[in-house]
Write a protein that binds this ligand. Structure first.
Ligand code: ADP
Ligand code: MG
Ligand code: ZN
Length: 480
């Protein structure tokens, strides 16, 4: 029998607000344990939560960017369970009437038509604290609780079970990651858990109408692990069924070392959260005006901007994709185009020299020592014929190192291109005289030696001879 895998993702997005979701404590990472706490996030009796407006604004932006409708009156609910990192004994989340509903993303997988993936809901919730074990706990070999993270704002983005392969799942995740970082509402750091994913996986016989029983793989924290975990899980379930077994609904953990998933708890052991509306928080009312204001504030999203780079700037798809890898990179490129005018040329430099220099120096584009307008200035020197394209790369390296302007560097090092025919002719004559053998070869029909002569002339001129003038003069002289 052949099987159809089905995947649905639940993604937790940690929001980049200065303060927590229901109190004024800082969300800064890495502070002294329990130094960023107050009666609210410590869960002291009688302390009342007050909703952080910024969290709502971020949630609305996420919803609008994923084609969701914004719920006019949404409700906070208590999700009840016991764990030492959750002092209140419940997590404030949303259950019925979450803030965003019924959205979708268009994903693109290589070799496939674009495909719509439904987003069931996006809801707001608070994070729990963290258990610290052993030495770091401050209690010898015991464990301690650090509540600095308690009450940190999260969005949970739940997809429909519309994904069919691990590649589709990764593509969906990357797109969502791109959107929340582009919006500036999440730092996107997966290793630190700012963007983490639970993957629900099932298989069913091909042609079946009814979804198979799913396993939920918890907290997978890189794109690579998501792919591995899903692929392992699909095969495990198929093998199990083929061997006459049945898949049970359970929560599983992915172990990056073995590349396998293992059972954590079955449905029988699953929590019954007894959700109910939180009486401490009034319903959140969002009027149409607020939604429209947020819509106005949205930046141009990567998908749209990519299409504009193709349609308006005439870039190939590949360039448009690379340059939209991040918002700052796209901004840099566009500033360069505004200052120079030739989009394809600027694109080549940004994807070539700039990217190489950034990699070599371990810097990111925001800290590029060469600004977009300085890059444009350099390219204009090439346009005017002041320097050759080749010399421009040398000048660029020097700009990167010294921070000087291209004009100053060209002058200081005497790099102005030589287009003067008589000067170049002089060089050509010397080289032909010194390489009489090769001249004979060329005249005897071995045209390949032409490249040798070009190389020699460029070398003798220290790269400063204008290559097109060199070509033209050489041909004439060699042909005699
Ligand atoms: P829970 O809250 O218990 O995790 P939900 O109904 O909210 O359950 O579903 C969570 C996720 O599981 C969603 O992303 C959904 O698309 C996905 N899902 C539901 N049924 C299946 C299935 N049979 N196979 C794969 N994914 C599924
Ligand atoms: Mg779940
Ligand atoms: Zn607090």
């Amino acid at each position: 029998m052949k099987y159809q895998p089905v995947i649905g993702l639940e993604v937790h997005v940690q929001l980049k607000t200065d303060t927590k979701i229901f109190c004024g404590c800082s969300t800064q990472f890495g502070a002294e344990p329990n130094s960023q706490t107050c009666p609210v996030c410590l869960g002291l009796p009688g302390a009342l939560p007050v909703l952080n407006k910024k969290v709502v604004e971020f949630a609305i932006k996420a919803g609008l960017s994923t084609n969701c409708s914004i719920t006019p009156r949404s409700i906070f609910a208590r999700k009840n369970y016991f764990y030492p990192d959750l002092p209140k004994g419940y997590q404030i989340s949303q259950f019925e009437d979450p803030i965003c509903q019924h959205g979708w993303l268009d994903i693109k997988v290589e070799g496939q038509e674009p495909k719509k993936i439904g987003i069931t809901r996006i809801h707001m919730e608070e994070d729990a604290g963290k258990l610290v074990h052993g030495e770091l706990s401050g209690s010898g070999d015991g464990s301690g609780v650090d509540l600095n993270r308690a009450c940190t704002p999260l969005l949970e983005v739940v997809s429909e079970p519309d994904l069919r392969t691990s590649d589709e799942a990764v593509s969906y995740l990357k797109q969502l990651h791109g959107i929340v970082t582009w919006l500036g509402i999440c730092d996107g750091n997966m290793e630190e858990g700012s963007f983490r994913c639970d993957a629900n996986v099932s298989v069913m016989p091909i042609g079946s109408e009814k979804l198979g029983t799913r396993a939920e793989i918890k907290n997978v924290n890189s794109f690579k692990f998501v792919k591995q975990a899903i692929e392992y899980e699909i095969q495990r379930q198929i093998d199990l069924i083929e061997d006459g077994g049945t898949v049970i609904q359970e929560t599983r953990l992915f172990d990056p070392n073995s590349g396998k998933t293992r059972s954590m708890r079955s449905k029988e052991e699953a929590h019954d959260y007894r959700y109910f509306p939180d009486p401490d928080l009034v319903p959140l009312v969002i009027n149409q005006e607020w939604v429209e204001r947020s819509r106005q504030e949205l930046p141009e999203l990567p998908d749209k901007r990519q299409q504009r780079f193709i349609d308006e700037l005439g870039l190939p798809l590949y360039d448009a994709e690379v340059l939209n890898g991040s918002r700052v990179l796209a901004d840099y490129f566009e500033a360069g185009v505004a200052a120079h005018g030739n989009a394809k040329l600027v694109a080549n430099w940004v994807m070539g020299e700039i990217t190489r220099a950034l990699n070599d120096s371990g810097t990111s584009i925001e800290f590029s020592p060469v600004t977009p307008s300085q890059l444009a200035e350099l390219l204009k020197l090439v346009d005017k014929g002041t320097i050759s394209g080749k010399i421009a790369k040398t000048v660029f390296d020097e700009m990167w190192k010294s921070g000087k302007t291209p004009g100053a560097i060209v002058e200081e090092h005497g790099l102005v291109q030589v287009s003067d025919c008589s000067a170049i002719e002089g060089i050509i004559d010397e080289i032909m005289a010194a390489n009489a053998g090769q001249v004979e070869e060329f005249r005897g029909g071995k045209e390949k030696v032409f490249g040798f002569f070009v190389g020699q002339v460029m070398k003798a001129s220290k790269g400063k001879a204008n290559p097109s003038v060199v070509n033209e003069l050489l041909i004439n002289k060699l042909k005699g």
